[in-house]
Design a protein around this ligand. Structure first.
Ligand SMILES: [Zn+2]
Length: 144
C-alpha cells in the first residue's frame, strides 16, 4: 500500500493526504482546488500556525521576522527564492513577530531573524542570524 503524507494547504489550510510518490508532482488541494505548493513562503498567523506545525508530515521551516529588522528584510528575497528549491520536501513559512508576539513568545524567539524547523509538531532545528540563499538552502537540507 502506498504511503501517504499529510500536506496542509497553503490557501485554505485543510489537511490533504498525498501519496509519497506523488509529492514531487505537487498537486492540488482536495477542498479549494488550488496548488498545494506555490514556490513561495506562506504567511502564518495565530489562526493557522498550529495546523501547519502540527498536521504536516513534511518539514516546516519558519522565518521569524519583523518589518523593522534590516537583516530580516535582507534575507527575505533569499528565503522567498529558497522556497522554490526546497519544496515539496519542505514547506517554508513566515511569522511576523510584531503581528504575532504570542507565537514568538511560545517558541522563545529572542533575536530575529531566527529560522526554526518543525516536523510533526516538534522543533528539530534552529538558526539565528541572516543567511544568504545558498547558505540557507544548504542549512535547511542538512537539517531536514
Ligand atoms: Zn486548499
Amino acid at each position: 500500500m502506498a504511503e501517504s503524507l499529510q500536506v496542509v494547504c497553503p490557501h485554505c489550510h485543510v489537511t490533504n493526504r498525498v501519496p509519497r510518490e506523488r509529492l514531487a508532482e505537487g498537486g492540488a488541494c482536495g477542498k479549494c482546488k488550488r496548488p498545494l505548493f506555490t514556490a513561495h513562503p506562506i504567511e502564518l498567523d495565530g489562526a493557522n500556525f498550529v495546523r501547519h506545525v502540527g498536521a504536516s508530515d513534511i518539514a516546516l521551516l519558519v522565518d521569524f521576522w519583523a518589518p523593522w529588522c534590516a537583516p530580516c528584510r535582507m534575507m527575505a528575497p533569499h528565503f522567498d527564492k529558497a522556497a522554490a528549491q526546497l519544496e515539496p520536501g519542505m514547506r517554508l513559512a513566515k511569522v511576523n513577530t510584531e503581528a504575532e508576539p504570542d507565537i514568538a513568545a511560545r517558541y522563545g524567539i529572542r533575536s530575529i531573524p531566527t529560522l526554526v524547523m518543525f516536523r510533526r509538531g516538534s522543533e528539530i532545528a534552529r538558526q539565528s542570524g541572516a543567511m544568504d540563499g545558498p547558505a540557507l538552502v544548504r542549512w535547511a537540507r542538512s537539517q531536514a
